[in-house]
Design a binder for this molecule. Sequence first.
Ligand code: HPA
Ligand code: ZN
Length: 347
Amino acid sequence: MATTDTMTPAQFVAGLPKAELHMHIEGSIEPGLFLRLAERNSVALRWDSEEALRAAYRFTDLQDFLDLYYDGCRVLVRAEDFHDVTRDYLRRAHADGVLHAEMFLGVQGHTSRGVPLDMVMNGVLGAMAKAQAEDGIGAGLIVVAQRHRSEEEALAMLEALRPWYPRLLGFGLGGAEVGHPPSKFAAFFRRCRALGFKVVAHAGEEGPAAYVREALDLLRVERLDHGNACIDDPALVAALAASRVPLTMCPLSNLRLGVVDSLAAHPLKRLLDAGVCVTVNSDDPSYFGGYVNDNYLACQQALGLDNAALATLARNSFEAAFMPEAQRLDALARINAWVSRSEGVAA
Ligand code: HPA
Ligand code: ZN
């Protein structure tokens, strides 16, 4: 049995049961699959090797990343393509100890290229069912509206998704943040909530703390994606700690997009210490150099997190997850068992 003496932080993180709540399916196409899909669909690329692709993954900011990310989506054409990328991500997540994954899908980036909505949805939902059957991983789907598009387009997307409502967890908001405040989508979010969906939004990644407040007060989101900028507004941090509205933070993404200058400067630990329900996630793992465990470990090293703090992050992920209560309690019990085992206590 592993004890405190023998269990490294990497082993502790690897065996820690966790939920991942902030990742974009389109941001998980690994370079190898990317090249295979391009060939399968006869899509011309500027890169001809995995090394060349990886070398291109250097970004100055969010828009610089989004330009490459949207361009990369061109390799996703048929249901099989959406299936393969989703199945690959869920396999990796399962290997990382993820029991429950909530994934973002930006359908407008596909339908606007002429890909039929049923290709997108059938591919993704089929892979989720397969992953559940083969690996036992629970997966939910959150469709994100692209904030550079109009609210009318978001409402039209919502209407087009009607046949899939029973299989969707909720709706979110992603893409270019600055200049597209949450208030632009107030009616869209009102409609999503009226339909009974969970609602989340990216806010405070590049945008200011005021956008975080808008997402909470106007959109009435149940979770904030990123939320970094709240750290500039102490009253907002106190309100988040009191309400326990979770933040799905993505440290390696923030580093790669210049949201923080270094991981040591990341607000995650300060927010955790303030009592905010902070969670750790990968965002776009193939572009930002790490899956969820890589993110936990990078934080552990840069911020000096001990096992208790890492376990708190994992507990927070299940507190924040949109999952049935019995599964949540089971996951929390599994975390306790793993912590006991790491301390050399029989679980
Ligand atoms: N921010 C906003 N939109 C996104 C991101 C992100 O980090 N990744 C994919 N879409
Ligand atoms: Zn994101």
